[in-house]
Every structure is written in structure tokens, then in C-alpha cells.
Design a binder for this molecule. Sequence first.
Ligand SMILES: [Zn+2]
Length: 186
Amino acid sequence: MKEEREAFRESQDIIKKLADEPPYPDEHGKVIRLNRRFVLLDVSYIPFDVLYGIDELFGPVSKTILFRIGRRWGDEIYARYESFGFGREDCLKLSAAGAWYCGWGIVTFELGAESSRARIYNSFEVESMVVRKGISDENSCHLFPGVISGIYSRFLGKECSIHEEKCAARGDGYCELVATPGIDLT
Ligand SMILES: [Zn+2]
């Protein structure tokens, strides 16, 4: 598995080749990145307040809802790179580079025969939870595992179950997710 610094350099190199982009925000008050409009949100609000806002109304299903949102995002992120004509390995590298570029953290993927892994250094989701709740005695990630599930499911052509083996929100140095393929999507 790549170390944080190496993964950062690789992502930086990929993005440099893709686009020469203006400073943000532009004269129209828009942050444009990779031909799309982005907004900057304080991580002390997002996703913490989304999770707890839904939790107030619907209870623990809020975690599943957040996962499902992430799942859609991961699927769309990977599909977008695919639509540009990139191959499978490149789509994975671009997904990691995009995560770095948008300030989500530093992501590295490792493919295995039985299962594959994703490691996330400095996850914004972890920071959101830790800033508001402090270090936890349980895993706090739901959105990011959903994103990784969407990416790996597209990459492998099979629905993947995701298990978070390590989580920085409970004091680990990073989050590590294990994706195990299940239902065939093809
Ligand atoms: Zn985590």
C-alpha cells in the first residue's frame, strides 16, 4: 500500500496533466474545477450535520442513507472518467487524484485477488466527526465507504460489500476499507 506522501505526489501529477485552472472563486463567484461548479463547505458542518439532521428524524438509518449517497457519488465519479475513454486502472487513479484535488483526503487503492482495499489519509469525513464529537470508540465513516463501494463496484463490475477495518476517527492513523465483490452487475 502506498504511503501518504507518495500517493499525494501521484495525484498531483495526474491533475497537473489534466487541467490548467483559474484561481477560485472566479469573477462570477463560482469555483470551477474539472468543468464543474464546486462549493467550499466547512467540514465541521458537512457531513456531520447531514448525518445528525437525518438521525433526528429517522434514527440509525441515517448511516445507511449517508452510505447510499456516497455510493451514488462513487458510481458517478468512476462513470464520468469512463465516459472520457480512460481505462479501468486509470479510472481508479483518477478517482484517487480527484479525491485529493477536492480536498477529501489522500486515497490509495490496492487490488487483491479475493478483496481489494482503499486507504484514506486525512479523510474530511473523519475530521468532521472528530471536530464535533472527538475521538470515538467506533468507526465514524459512512459517506466515504459508500464512495469507495461505488468506485470498486464499477471497477470490478460486481456489487461490493465494504468493511472498514481501520478508522482514523477511533485513533487509527488512517481509514482502511476492504471491498469484497459479491453480486455480479454485468
Ligand atoms: Zn473512517
